[in-house]
Design a protein around this ligand. Sequence first.
Ligand SMILES: *Cc1c(COP(=O)(O)O)cnc(C)c1O
Length: 397
Amino acid sequence: MSGAELKARYEAAFMPNYGVPPLALARGEGSRVWDADGRAYLDLIAGIAVSSLGHAHPALVEAVSAQVATLAHTSNLFLHEPEVLLAERLRELLGGDGRLFLTNSGTEANECALKLAIKYGKVNGRSYFVAAENGFHGRSMGALSLTGKASIREPFGPYAIDVRFVPYGDADALKSAVTADCAAVFLEPTLGEAGVVPPPEGYFAAAREICDATGALFVADEIQSAIGRTGAWFAFEHENAKPDVLTLAKGLGGGLPIGACVAFGEHGGLFAKGDHGSTFGGNPVGAAAALAVLGTIEKDGLLAHAAEVGEVLAEGLGAVEHPLLAGVRGRGLWRAAVLTGPHAPAVEAAARGAGFLINAVAPDALRIAPPLILTADEARSFTDAFPAILDAARPEA
Ligand SMILES: *Cc1c(COP(=O)(O)O)cnc(C)c1O
């Protein structure tokens, strides 16, 4: 089917919440994808920081194919080897500690963290939650209640829990907001959906200290930032600020849907039998995919690679002088090109025209979150093309 036909049929069959996406993708290989009309693109968004090994990576194809041919699903009535190996591997990466709950998505990982935090609050007589203005934690009602981005939160309120929002990156404001009555603080290490906005250095460590001082649970939402994205397994490692509860998803399964909520220390034992569950969460195929992702990142040295190629990307973009470009921010293979005005949709479209997929994550910011296997040459092919892309996107052009 052609892209045009797919778009028309999509529009008729789906709810209008996404609008009609600009491209129908048909296949991928490495960091490249092809649309339904056969045109190739360098994929610099990786399905929103998900396709960590790129597309059709042999390790992922083999692991998933073998697992689906052996046992695709058990439900939580039975356990299976891939989930045990995955939980053990994640614990190893997290210092040998932590107990897991596996999910199918990011928002479900945060639902689990929120239920843990609610239980923690009930047990300890703590009643409210703190999260960041402009933060994003997901679209299900619990995660949405923690989401600070007003445009997506407000239309669906009121919410059942008391969440107090603080300006992201302001440690003093956080300190004032967190009292002995606060059950938990939910924070991203860098705001992802708000436009890859890192906090001032030391903010995550300060949040850790504030939670230690008050007894609030420190919940790190690393759904977008973890599994190599910043050049480390987990972004909290950059500030040595290990949370009490950690949520993961996007890059973990390399494109297969799987997420995790990890609770450390005594918090790992907060749920009693029957407190939470999922029919599909941690299914054997997703778990096998995640094991292949973690194994490949380790075997191929993709943490160091992401840090290196991330620098190539940042330096290349930083060297571009253009009236539309204000700067570049972020870490590893998780960057935003910041624009001087609300030109991101036009630049995203111009990039697509030039054969590059990037994401207008905010009116004035373009998110770049490529597969961790992106090569330095591929990164340079984009930064070399970027001035002409910006030219093509100029309002007067
Ligand atoms: C994407 C994201 C979520 C939600 O994940 P879904 O899989 O879309 O439900 C939550 N938190 C953060 C930080 C995210 O980036």
